[in-house]
Design a protein around this ligand. Structure first.
Ligand code: PBG
Length: 320
């Protein structure tokens, strides 16, 4: 054949394939989530095969130092409180597992960046991400509670607070609350585009955060809307977010690409519990190779434009 262009020349051998590789993914691009529980010195997988780790005390600090030595991008901490409450007056106490862990982690692994979730779903009996009055999730009262949470977490030493609640106006309010409290150095990773998704199932079991009535469709986004997604991250950028986060990752690669082209902020994507579980289940059924499939997902998420991926697979890359 008379073919002037033969793309296979670039793929001829391992060395050329490596040389021309456009996208990389390593543990330095990943954040490892943990669910910090009130019991002392715990490390357990919430449910077998989910890679959702509930941890606290020494086992958590040991994992953190292994991850730090391996060059992991940081930890994403979720709190599981010792009691639930539908008013925000005892949030400080409810946050103790998380704030204690943050203080200790900052002593044990001071250089490992700490990100902490800001949301009410695991702290309330109804399991919604905001405060409920007469069956309605109230935006502005919820924002005030989220600000309290963010300041408590900043006080405990986290580097970034990560509001995942999807209330309107919370990024600006949290920024102001942090600044007034003197935490100008604490950043905000905004869950800017978070879909009302079927892929959070395993997480809700681990964080004990499933909604007890209705669903999250009045605050989380419908997967159908691309323009609305753009409005979400544009608003969060204008409100002072330091980082924009997209979630789930695989079903929103196009929206990540939109943001990569329309914003200069760092972008995070969350390879969520259900995305991980799909690969695990398929691999366990002998249908595909786990390591290759999960890596291909991570590469694709990075190729779409995400700088950092929150992934349950980070531990494995650190040999854990
Ligand atoms: C809610 C929250 C959720 C996740 C992170 N933060 C789930 C939800 O909206 O119910 C999901 C993460 C995952 O599935 O891995 N604050």
């Amino acid at each position: 054949m008379n073919l002037p262009v033969r793309l296979r020349r670039l793929r001829d051998n391992a060395a050329t394939r490596k040389l021309f590789q456009e996208t990389t993914v390593g543990i330095g691009n990943l954040l490892q989530p943990y669910f910090v529980v009130p019991e002392r010195d715990v490390k357990r997988e919430a449910k077998k095969g989910t890679a959702l780790y509930q941890a606290s005390g020494a086992p958590l600090y040991e994992e953190a130092s292994v991850l730090a030595r391996a060059g992991c991008g940081g930890l994403m901490l979720f709190g599981v409180p010792s009691f639930k409450r539908d008013t925000p007056d005892q949030l400080g106490e409810q946050l103790v597992p998380l704030t204690d862990a943050a203080k200790q982690l900052k002593k044990h692994t001071p250089s490992l960046p700490l990100f902490a979730d800001v949301c009410l779903c695991s702290y309330t009996t109804h399991g919604h991400c905001g405060l409920v009055k007469d069956g309605v999730i109230e935006n502005d009262a919820s924002v005030a509670a989220l600000c309290t949470m963010a300041v408590e977490l900043a006080r405990a030493g986290v580097d970034f607070v990560c509001p995942s609640d999807m209330m309107d106006g919370r990024v600006a309010a949290i920024r102001q609350a942090l600044d007034v409290a003197g935490f100008t150095r604490v950043g905000i990773v905004s869950y800017a585009v978070k879909m009302a998704s079927a892929f959070y199932g395993p997480f809700r079991a681990a964080a004990d955060s499933a909604p007890q009535f209705g669903d999250r469709t009045t605050y989380q986004m419908p997967a159908h809307n691309r323009r609305e997604a753009r409005r979400e991250w544009q608003l969060d950028e204008a409100e002072g977010a330091d980082v924009l986060l997209f979630k789930p990752a695989l079903t929103n690669l196009d929206l990540i690409r939109d943001a990569r082209e329309g914003s200069d902020l760092p972008l995070f994507a969350y390879q969520v519990s259900g995305e991980y579980a799909m690969v695990r289940a398929a691999a366990d059924a002998g249908l595909l190779d786990f390591e290759r499939a999960i890596t291909e997902q991570l590469v694709s998420i990075r190729r779409a434009g995400a700088d950092v991926v929150v992934s349950y697979h980070a531990r494995a890359l650190a040999g854990l």
